[in-house]
Design a protein around this ligand. Structure first.
Ligand code: ZN
Length: 259
């Protein structure tokens, strides 16, 4: 990316802007300001022979950009040699992450193609371009539908929120604990279930009275006494298994809707 010339089309504009934002840490290179609109500017002005390469682009807040105006960076920062040197050095360095990704991505792509599955590649800039084109808000789950060239021209989103599925595992399989010298500890392994319930089960709780009276649905963690920990979106609390009915037996995943 750093070597290419950038004035080619709308999509490339997105790619370049994302790259420049990433490279300079989304901050004004002169005063360090962030969380305000940043302008992409030329380090060496074009009017003084500065190139059209991405390596000649940096980020500045409006105030600093105005103050610099059409001057060369060496002139603008003549009183601040430390800042000047830092910027000139960073301008030449390609993104470290990008370098690491560049070294592996085509190999990865080739290997994926060998699976025979339809594979396509995209970029963060393309994702943002598609998201903007489709008028979608910035969320991870909607971005997942905007990756790659095959993103359709029209996208009807049928749900308001995604179902979040998180791998939670099946607990430990180790049947014997060892002490710090590696000798087995004389503790019998605990059973995986208690009173017909298992940690990770999704249950319905109907609690007739008391502080937590009401109906809840959530995930339980069992204990070997008749009070289980119920996580139902509110602060987890203890509940007696007699108030619980199983909705879904633990399969190693947690399911919930985002807020
Ligand atoms: Zn600034």
């Amino acid at each position: 990316m750093s070597g290419i010339e950038y004035q080619q089309g709308e999509l490339l504009g997105y790619e370049v802007r994302e790259y420049v934002l990433q490279k300079w840490g989304r901050k004004c290179i002169y005063c360090g300001a962030e969380d305000l609109p940043l302008e992409v500017e030329h380090i060496h002005p074009k009017s003084q022979g500065g190139s059209n390469r991405v390596s000649n682009l940096a980020l500045a807040c409006h105030t600093c950009n105005q103050a610099k105006g059409n001057r060369d960076i060496r002139e603008f920062l003549s009183g601040k040699p430390t800042v000047l040197n830092r910027i000139l050095k960073q301008a030449k360095a390609p993104l470290k992450d990008a370098a690491a990704v560049n070294a592996t991505r085509w190999k990865l792509y080739q290997q994926l193609k060998e699976t025979g599955l339809p594979i396509e590649v995209g970029t963060g800039g393309l994702t943002k371009f598609n998201r903007t084109r489709l008028g979608l808000p910035k969320t991870h789950w909607l971005d997942a539908a905007c990756v790659g060239k095959s993103t359709p021209d029209r996208l009807d989103v049928a749900v308001e929120k995604p179902l979040l599925v998180a791998a939670k595992g099946h607990g430990v399989r180790q049947r014997c604990r060892s002490d710090r010298y590696g000798f087995p500890r004389a503790v019998a392994p605990k059973a995986k279930s208690f009173q017909g319930f298992q940690t990770g089960d999704i249950v319905k709780a109907t609690i007739p009275q008391g502080k937590f009276a009401g109906n809840y649905t959530g995930r339980i963690a069992i204990r070997f006494r008749p009070s289980f920990r119920l996580n139902a979106g509110v602060k987890p609390f203890d509940v007696h298994p007699k108030y619980l009915t199983t909705v879904h037996q633990s399969d190693g995943y947690e399911y919930r809707f985002s807020k």
